[in-house]
Design a protein around this ligand. Sequence first.
Ligand code: ZN
Ligand code: ZN
Length: 455
Amino acid sequence: MKHKRVKIQISGIVQGVGFRPFVFRLAREKRLKGYVCNTSQGVEIEVVGGKVEVERFIQEITTRKPPLARIVDFKVFSLPSLSYSDFTIRESISNSDRSVLISADIAVCDDCLRELFDKDDRRYLYPFINCTNCGPRYTIIKDIPYDREKTTMQPFTMCKPCAAEYHNPSDRRFHAQPNACPQCGPHLTLHNGEGLPLPCANPIQECINLLRQGKIVAIKGIGGFHLAVDATNNFAVALLRERKHREEKPFALMSYSLQEIERYAFITPAERIHLVSKERPIVLLKKKGDSEISPAVAPRSRHWGVMLPYTPLHYLITRGNFLALVMTSGNLKEEPIAIDNEEAIGRLKGIADYFLVHNRAIYLRSDDSVLKVVGDRPLMIRRSRGYVPVPLFLKREGKEVLACGGELKNTVCLTKGCFAFLSQHIGDLENLQTLDFFEYTINHLKKILEINPKI
Ligand SMILES: [Zn+2]
Ligand SMILES: [Zn+2]
């Protein structure tokens, strides 16, 4: 049998997305030996084995890669033969030129959802379930490389079963940085309109009861707070509008599944693809006549802005309980979305009757993304959560540039090599808070992407 040894260097979104365990399993499957490790540029692999197997291995890395991985550059070098006793995952090699891409925040995956609703699972109904294929990323990362110590999960020490998953290369949670369970992870608490904690055994059930009674609940999510009300309750929707000083701008809706959405909106095949995508944007859908949704949700518009749940908590709240919830950004007109518990309670006091909060900090705020399908193509109205900071790919490499955008509905853009990194939606630069957020975002992106703009 002919032998072959190669080194493979891959760059792109290949860290924090289950790439090394995938390579590990693929190498074992093909009976290859060698190693895989993270580097500052991405992932490095060395394999030795039968020529045919090595070639298949190279091919299948791209065809079978994990769902969140994006390969930007793929280099293969032939090397003189050398023997390894096994295939292993090695410690990271770090050097100064850091150019790893960071994943966006991704909707909870089907495997995690199955566990969420499985009575025998140790994470049954746990609202912070996640794995390497899903969960928060960009909004919890303080710095790179993407390790738990550099995320807002740092204060939570993993329990034994969680740590075992985290260290097991064949586990779906191998190196899943936000890995957690009810024993060791974040928890929810319910607070009244003044921010005082309300002791209760089941904050989620209590939140559902309050929403059913027509109350306004501020709910902490991935990139900020939402203000939620039952979308079929005219009185509650009108009250939210009045308290938010938002006379006509449409509110976004969230429904448990496509089935519920079809009761009040038309969904084309192209719209369906975006609704269920892992980015989970708000998609503008044509209204159906005489639905149960309160007309005050989007007066004078022919469309509803609708999204499917994207966190386990959203699933737990909407499941079997509501046709749709209004889920609008927790902010006052033109201010950035609130993220910090104290800050949110301070700013949303007087709007929200109750607060459902958790103790996993949001490091960076990020609003829901909004798109409209025109023809069969998506038109991005607001590119934010789910898409940021995945770059756009430029045709040519250029200087590192910072572009600051306009005063209204601001976003910023930084470029490096052939990547253009657009920031999340920042807002109208009319007040000090938004201006602070604008500067904060630029500095944070410069840090995590290691960009020093020349222009
Ligand atoms: Zn998952
Ligand atoms: Zn645990």
